[in-house]
Design a protein around this ligand. Sequence first.
Ligand code: ATP
Ligand code: TYR
Length: 375
Amino acid sequence: MDIERKIELIKKKPTEELLTEENLRHLLEVGAPLQHYIGFEISGYIHLGTGLMAGAKIADLQKAGVKTRIFLADWHSWINDKLGGDLEVIQKVALTYFKEGMKQSIKVMGGDPDKVEFVLASEILDKGDYWQTVIDISKNVTLARMLRSITIMGRQMGEAIDFAKLIYPAMQVADIFYQGVTIAHAGMDQRKAHVIAIEVAQKLKYHPLEWKGEKLKPVALHHHLLLGLQEPPVWPIESEEQFKELKTQMKMSKSKPYSAVFIHDSPEEIKQKLRKAFCPAREVKYNPVLDWAEYIIFREEPTEFTIHRPAKFGGDVTYTTFEELKKDFAEGKLHPLDLKNAVAEYLIELLKPVREYFEKHPEPLELMREIKITR
Ligand SMILES: Nc1ncnc2c1ncn2[C@@H]1O[C@H](COP(=O)(O)OP(=O)(O)OP(=O)(O)O)[C@@H](O)[C@H]1O
Ligand SMILES: N[C@@H](Cc1ccc(O)cc1)C(=O)O
């Protein structure tokens, strides 16, 4: 496959930002190792944002010949008080529920789960010079910047936090260098860590990504954050600035029950959640149901997406591109309820293999039901 085709695959939906395309082209041209990683804290259930957006991009990367890796951030979850801050429980969930859930998600998005390497953070942290890398990074970043970076833990600036949480951003950056990652992948909310990695890359003494005498800079790859289904706290929204802010603030999140569909949800749960979703008629600028259609159903275009309606409401209609669907919705030719039902049906079908997997292997979900999910 030629370089341009590889870049196309890496850039396509749900990619929202690539820092930078020029650097990616450089890595491809010099034949540097293409090692990807995406890290996850281990906490609650896997939702469509984490499972399907990450899964879709992993599938694209595999097609482009990139080695893919999922980093199970057990220590980071402990620092961030996930699962009661109990490292043993965190590790158990990481290696059972989380690993299997991610494998299933990758599969439904067209990737090969057997080609994804799973690495537990504690496996690399145990090696002596990991901490040297953490200090090396810390020497090159101001305290003020570290404080601003705690949003990568889902924490807000000004929030009272213990000191360990300030070490976390430097660890996340160290994880990239320490694992020889040349393509650091995450959702848009993680970009602060990646920008630090790019900026300090040339300055590090330990574990820079060396290739044929060159200190390589990693490429940061950020996928779109799927919107949560809930109504925004302020509506209507006037300014572009407010819209932008709202889109990160209102991302689908496992800590907000009705914002998310989980990968193992039953058909009834999926239908119910979508029925309650925020989806004002003709609203195309901020509409979670349209957002899901754009990034899940119309990820590949053209495709065929049929909305079934009784003849008196216009009969069945098939869309091949997202733009056609959006146009009809904006013009009031497509009713929110019809869109919600069709998206629900699509998801029910897409997630069928995941549900079947967990029906046959109920232990991971049973474990999740037993433990206390914190945050
Ligand atoms: N709604 C979303 N859409 C796409 N990607 C997401 C979404 N939410 C999180 N991610 C990505 O998944 C990875 C794990 O994130 P994280 O565990 O913080 O998400 P979460 O499940 O929403 O957690 P929380 O509810 O605690 O915010 C990160 O790379 C993050 O950017
Ligand atoms: N900060 C990431 C988790 C993570 C941790 C360590 C990493 O190296 C990468 C990602 C999140 O909250 O989703």
